[in-house]
Ligand binder design. Structure first.
Ligand code: A5P
Length: 238
């Protein structure tokens, strides 16, 4: 029952974003994960019901590109296809703090998600209210993408910086999870993080680390679907 409710809320948030922030002729980034998947579906529906024209779609993962294809759309998964700026990207998150900083990467697509977000005029994060917290790290581990070579020594350096032992993410059959870019993923249960911007920078300086799931100052808009079915929208003031 809870699962059904949470999926309804994911859909409500995603549909709200597609209906309110995507306009005819825009270039659109498609996020990854179960919430963003509803945005792909909602976009396909607007294209077929209203004749909405999307100038270009960019997918943040191979899985999202396949999902778009399944819904009859073409979304480039080659990120060099981004020329200029995308008008809007709709993506999910694992945790959101009151300053609109987020943790991403529960699906292992965070490197591409950040690459797309940084080329987007309006990065819209869609979540259900269970993802809100007062400090990042309170509810979700921080995913960190690393090169597979010497991953154990990288994990030691990550442990030193984060003050917690990272876990190598595994697939259901026990092999290391490998991202679209051939990277491994460490999940670090940091607990509530005091200074997220500082930790983000410190993690990014570790040799062997490609990127972390701490997205500080990147979201422009957060759409939160609440358990009463209503939606709250937060915009970052410039
Ligand atoms: C994918 O790598 C992630 O950043 C997802 O956007 C994030 O994990 C949220 O996923 P769900 O929408 O499935 O909760």
């Amino acid at each position: 029952m809870e699962e059904i409710l949470s999926h309804n809320l994911k859909e409500i948030a995603s549909r709200y974003a597609v209906n309110n922030f995507v306009e005819n002729g825009m270039t659109v980034g498609l996020g990854s994960g179960s919430t963003a998947a509803y945005a792909v579906e909602a976009l396909a529906e607007r294209i077929s019901s209203e004749g909405l024209g999307i100038a270009k779609m960019i997918a943040t993962s191979a899985e999202t590109s396949r999902l778009a294809f399944f819904h009859g759309m073409t979304a480039a998964r080659e990120l060099n296809a981004i020329t200029g700026w995308l008008d809007v990207t709709i993506d999910g998150a694992d945790e959101v703090d009151p300053d609109m900083n987020v943790i991403k990467g529960g699906g292992g697509a965070l490197v591409r998600e950040r690459l797309v977000a940084l080329r987007t005029k309006r990065e819209v994060i869609v979540v259900d209210e269970s993802k809100l917290s007062s400090s990042l790290g309170e509810r979700h581990a921080v995913p960190i993408m690393i090169v597979p070579a010497a991953w154990e020594t990288t994990a030691e350096r990550v442990a030193d910086v984060c003050g917690a032992t990272p876990k190598l993410r595994l697939t259901p059959v026990g092999d290391p999870f490998v991202s679209d870019d051939g990277l491994y993923c460490l999940d670090v249960e940091t607990g509530p993080i005091g200074d997220v911007a500082k930790l983000e920078q410190r993690i990014k300086l570790i040799t062997g680390v490609v990127d972390s799931g701490l997205f500080v100052g990147i979201a422009h808009t957060i759409v939160v679907a609440k358990s009463d079915g209503k939606v709250d929208v937060y915009d970052r003031s410039e």
